[in-house]
Design a protein around this ligand. Structure first.
Ligand code: GRF
Length: 192
């Protein structure tokens, strides 16, 4: 659309990177109008780094232990993202809380995907929490990031039925399949 700023995405990842790949796949297929600019990863062994390399996507390794304080760590991430012209930050399996230094650099432009229907089951092992609690429906949520873990305003959700003899692995796989659809749709729906 004329005059409209294209979504220029920077991913923050710590692990597998399948949600990142789902988004870049939709971009490559021409179904999501956005550009993937850079991947920031805080873990040298993360499979997401190899995925980014295979896709020709620039990646930057920024490890927390390389910085004395969280502020300096976050400033390094902000510099890398700005250096690549990012205007939308997507946390996709980034295993850290982001703080005020980061959030004030990208106000209203940092989103996360979480494998539960928030506000239920924030934090780690959301799928296990859902099974342990005995809910019959769970799912995934894309939300804006604020300083509360998995606590920002909700953008989009998808529901997944829990089956009678579900395991964490099977339930996680079915939720993940929904995550891969939801995240690109939520990005498309954002009005930056
Ligand atoms: C996903 O389940 C996501 O919801 C959660 O961490 C997992 C990341 O998976 N925040 P991947 O790295 O995108 O494959």
């Amino acid at each position: 659309m004329p005059g409209r700023v294209k979504k220029a995405i920077g991913f923050l990842v710590s692990g597998r990177g399948s949600n990142m790949a789902a988004v870049t796949g939709e971009i490559a297929a021409g179904r999501l109008e956005a550009e993937a600019r850079v991947v920031i990863c805080d873990h040298p062994e993360a499979p997401a780094l190899a995925l980014a390399k295979n896709q020709g996507l620039p990646s930057v390794l920024i490890e927390r232990q390389g910085y004395p304080r969280r502020q300096a760590f976050e400033e390094a991430m902000v510099r890398a993202l700005r250096g690549h012209g990012v205007n939308l930050v997507v946390l996709a399996g980034f295993m850290r809380l982001v703080g005020p230094t980061f959030l004030s650099a990208f106000p209203g432009r940092t989103i996360n995907i979480h494998p539960s229907l928030l506000p239920a089951f924030p934090g780690l092992e959301a799928q296990r929490q859902a099974l342990d609690r005995g809910v019959k429906i769970t799912g995934c949520t894309v939300h804006y990031v604020n300083e509360i873990m998995d606590g920002g305003p909700i953008i989009a959700q998808a529901a997944v039925m829990v089956e009678p003899d579900d395991t964490v692995e099977r339930l996680s796989a079915r939720i993940l399949a929904q995550e891969h659809k939801l995240l690109p749709l939520a990005i498309a729906a954002l009005d930056l």
